[in-house]
Design a protein around this ligand. Structure first.
Ligand code: SF4
Length: 232
């Protein structure tokens, strides 16, 4: 196991600045070399960026800890993408994390269709708490955020300390555009969620995702919300 060096937030800010012009694959290579088995990749099997990241990491460390948060409300196409892409990419350590509450237990405790009344609480129970479990014992977390995905993501750092989960957070694709991401996906024949060819541009839970709306505006329609809280 590679132990993570103790980087201060200012160390990480300097590293992040150095990576501003770097190819995402170089950033991923640094992450794999630096954090070793402490590295974990969060994957939704929804968006294109996450699939590109999985491909980059798998090429260097097929046994990397990959985790998906199964909220119980994922599209069947998302499950199918996971089943198809894990072996296709050669990943050997996929892990599924679920809420401590089943759908029925959540409904009994908080009422039915919590996502229609308090989506922040629903995301806390079904995403943020399981994400915390997924990252237990890990030192670094890679995700596929891009700055062009929303206004709120425009300042996404490439490398930073994530206080909420107590890990170094890496967003190697922060500087890539949607076009660059798709060029990479298609050039490398990477599997992706078929809903992306059916008008969905951001895919999460089926309760809170609509097609035909660009980017994260297609999530949590009717609420002042375009983040689940994992990345904020
Ligand atoms: S995206 Fe919607 S259904 Fe999924 S956890 Fe968040 S509020 Fe609940």
């Amino acid at each position: 196991m590679t132990l993570a060096p103790a980087y201060s937030p200012s160390d990480l800010a300097a590293i992040s600045a150095d990576f501003e012009a770097a190819d995402p694959r170089a950033i991923v290579e640094w992450a794999v070399t630096t954090f070793g088995d402490g590295l974990s990749v969060g994957a939704s099997f929804g968006g294109a960026s996450g699939m590109a990241i999985l491909h980059m990491v798998a090429a260097l460390k097929p046994n990397v800890h990959v985790f998906v948060l199964d909220t119980d409300y994922l599209f069947e196409e998302t499950h199918e993408t996971m089943r198809r892409s894990i072996p296709a990419l050669g990943l050997t350590n996929p892990n599924v994390y679920k809420s401590a509450l089943t759908h029925e237990e959540q409904a009994a405790k908080y009422g039915s269709a919590l996502w229609m009344r308090d989506p922040d609480l629903c995301c806390e129970i079904r995403k943020i708490q399981p994400n915390r479990v997924a990252l237990e014992g890990k030192t670094a977390w890679v995700s596929g955020l891009r700055r062009d995905q929303s206004e709120g993501r425009a300042d996404t750092p490439i490398v930073s300390w994530n206080e909420k989960f107590g890990v170094v957070k890496l967003n190697p694709l922060a500087n890539w555009t949607e076009k660059q991401t798709w060029e990479y996906i298609l050039a490398n024949n990477i599997p992706y969620n078929p809903l992306l060819d059916q008008g969905y541009t951001s895919i999460g839970c089926y309760n809170c995702t609509v097609p035909g709306v660009q980017g994260r505006a297609g999530r949590w329609q009717g609420f002042e919300k375009d983040e689940c809280g994992l990345h904020t």
